[in-house]
Structures are given as C-alpha cells and as structure tokens.
Design a protein around this ligand. Structure first.
Ligand code: PMP
Length: 409
C-alpha cells in the first residue's frame, strides 16, 4: 500500500518508449490499438491490485482495527494521488465509477439546484454519448434547452462558434478535452474564459485526455473535470470527478447511504463533509488503490514522454494509412486516436480482417452518433495508440489495411 518505486524506462529514438514487456496481456505479435476503449494494465497495477486483495484487504472508514485503518489510509492516499495528478486538492476529488458516473453526478446533484426552465446547456457535435445523454435527461426534467457547437472543417470543436453561442441563459458548457473518435484537442482555457464571462460553468470530459496529456485543472480554468481509471492503465469501476472548491460544498447529495451521513433520524438526515458526501456505500477500495498504482506508473514513465511517444506514432500512422489509401478523419494534430475509412468497406469488415492479422481496433459509432451523422458515415474504424504501442504495431495495422484493399479490390 506504499507508493510504488519509480521504474527506469528506456527511451528509443525519436522519443519512442519501449514499455511492451511491462504489459503481460499484450504479446509482442498482437497490435492492441484499442486503448481509447480501455487500456491494458502494466504489471505494477496488476501487482498492486493483487497485493491489496491478497495481503492488505479490509473495509475503509469504519473499522477500528489496524488493517482497516491502513486500508483507509491507502484509499485516501489514492485520492491525494489523483488530485496531484490533475493539480487539484484531495477534498475536491470524488471517486466515482467512471466518467459516465461523474457526469451523471453533476447533472443530477448540481443540475438539480442550478438548471431550470429557460436555461441552456451548451455541448459540441463531437461529444461522447455519456456527455450528451445525462444533459438530455436533465433538460427533459427541467425544461432547459441544449445548444450544440459545430466543428471546424477538420473536425475540432469550433471554439469561435462555441463562444459565439454562449448566452446569458447558458448555465453550463460541457465538452470533451480530447475527442474519442478524432483525437481533436480542445482549447479548454479559451473556452473556460469565455464561459466564465457569461457566468456559465464548464465541465470537461477528460476521459481521453487523462491518459495522454499533462493536466492542471487550475490552468485549464474549468469547474468540473472527469475521467475514468480504466483508460489510464488502471482498473475498471473507478474514476474521478473533480469540482472546483466551493462547488461541491454547495451541491446536494445525489445518492444516499452509509458513509455520507453525519446523523440519521427517520425525520431528518444531516450529511458529512465533501467529498465523502458524494460517496455513499462501501467504495471501490481496491479500484482506488489500483488507480493510485496506475497514476504512479504513468508518473514514473512521464506523461510528457507518453504524449511525445503517442504524437510520433500518430503522425507515422496517419501518413502511412493515407499512403495505403485510407481516408483519415479529423485534424492533422490529434492525440493518439485516428478514425479512418478504407474505401466503401464497412468498418466492421475492416476490423474483422485486421483482427485476423493480429490487430485489434474498434469499429462502430464509438458512442458518438451525432458525430457520425456529421461525418456522414454510420461508423468508422478507429485505431488508438498508447504508451506500449510500437512502430511494429503501426506497420501491422498498415499491412492489414493494404490487405483489406486487396480483398475488396
Ligand atoms: N467520454 C469519452 C470521451 C470517452 O471516450 C468515454 C469512454 N469511451 C467516456 C466518456 C465514458 O467513459 P466510461 O465508459 O469509462 O464511463
């Protein structure tokens, strides 16, 4: 339950990382290019989870015995690590199941007191369904309206148009930091300044940014930031909702149960302080410990090194996919994620043929149906790189795409 020792990693020219041997579930001849869906786990994370169950396990926050006290310390140390990772304070960090739950928490708890008839919520065309559906539910419940910012021709959020769409009635802007389909990176600080000027709050869906960009919520200037542990080399079932100091305190609880109360009577309940007020029930203790190990692992590699590694591989992949005749969607600079089409071949056929060649990609609408409509396609093929991706994985992808073209003429 102590912090993991910082490992030494070898950097290959030009700034490519060599981490494959740390991922036991990724054999050398398998190109796992679906990290944007969920990341494989480094050994350090698997071992931390095993140790937590095999040696250290007990509940948190309740037991007076030493084992439980140590587990509570480990759980709270994970919160501190998550806070440090995004430049925040631990009491501003709520553990949730993942980004989806974090956004739903804000929509329900914050939304209940802050959104009413005539208010407006501003999203963008490229949002993941988990950053659309909770707001649609909230709008339907409250009589609020949803506005949608368009994209630039190359598939980024059109920030100028988004800012122009802000109105005095806009109470919330909710956008993805990095698109899970196009890898487009939003200028969060610019949007935050404009949102603040009209008194709107800004929620950032950081699911695809947390594993690949250095984060500092203070300089981003947003009010809420969410991400999932499983895309950050950690376990499923654990994620982070960060909210600016003061906002959480003002929010009503969203789920009731043990661990979030001060005093319970049948006619009156008082609640404990934040962030525990938003964590009803026995939390995902080992999930938090696994997330801590993942954050330590990412820090030991260096998030800047991961960013540079992914940028280099993405550039190579884009150029070689285009040379192989694929159409790559999205802006020239994308963070680790490339959506593409091979002629008129259905993305599911592309993914099936690639699978036969030992390449795992995602094919489908990627939980972004409005974006698919905007692109004029029912689905795309998507390859995403991560810290353990190699040039050989990209070569395998490109060879597979050439094979698709041969098969379909
Ligand atoms: N937002 C984005 C941009 C995502 O990529 C995802 C996961 N595909 C989510 C939200 C939802 O994350 P989770 O399923 O872990 O809650």
């Amino acid at each position: 339950m102590t912090a993991l020792p910082l490992a030494v990693h070898h950097v290959r020219a030009p700034a490519l990382l060599d981490l494959r041997s740390e991922f036991p579930a990724v054999p050398p001849d398998w190109a796992y290019l679906d990290a944007a869906a969920t990341a494989q786990k480094p050994r350090a994370v698997i071992e931390a989870i095993t140790r937590a169950y095999a040696e250290d396990y007990a509940t948190v926050h309740r037991g007076v015995y030493q084992r439980s006290a140590r587990m509570t310390e480990a759980y709270e140390a994970a919160r501190e690590a998550a806070a440090r990772f995004i430049g925040a304070r631990a009491d501003e960090v709520v553990f949730v199941r993942g980004a989806t739950e974090g956004i739903n928490l804000v929509a329900q708890a914050w939304g209940q007191d802050n959104i009413g008839p005539g208010d407006r919520i501003l999203l963008s065309v490229l949002e993941h369904h988990s950053n659309i559906v909770p707001w649609r539910l909230l709008a339907d419940r409250t009589g609020a309206a949803i506005d949608v910012a368009p994209l630039t021709d190359d598939g980024r959020i059109d920030e100028t148009a988004l800012i122009a769409a802000l109105r005095p009635e806009t109470k919330l802007v909710a956008i993805a930091h990095v698109s899970n389909v196009l890898g487009a990176i939003a200028d969060v600080a610019r949007i935050a300044a404009a949102a603040r000027a009209v008194g709107a709050r800004l929620l950032v869906d950081g699911c695809q940014a947390a594993p690949r960009l250095a984060l500092d919520v203070a300089s981003l200037g947003c009010d809420f930031y969410v991400f999932s542990g499983h895309k950050l080399y950690g376990p499923t079932g654990i994620g982070v909702l960060w909210a600016r100091a003061g906002i959480l305190e003002a929010m009503p609880p969203w789920q009731g149960g043990g661990g979030m109360i001060e005093e319970v009577r049948f006619d009156r309940v008082t609640f404990t302080s934040v962030p525990a007020r938003f964590e009803a029930g026995t939390p995902h203790i080992v999930g938090a410990i696994g997330l801590h190990a993942a954050i330590d692992w990412v820090r030991s590699v260096g998030i800047e090194a991961i960013e540079a590694h992914e940028a280099a591989l993405t550039e190579i992949a884009r150029a070689e996919l285009e040379a192989a005749g694929a159409r790559v969607f999205g802006p020239p600079r994308s963070a680790g994620i490339l959506s593409f089409a091979v002629g008129e071949v259905h993305p599911h056929d592309v993914a099936t043929i690639l699978d036969e060649a030992g390449v795992a990609i995602r094919a489908g609408h990627h939980c972004a149906q409005p974006l698919m409509r905007h692109l004029g396609v029912p689905a795309t093929a998507r390859a995403s790189v991560c810290a353990h991706t190699t040039e050989a994985d990209i070569a395998r992808l490109v060879e597979g795409v050439k094979r698709v073209r041969r098969i379909f003429g």
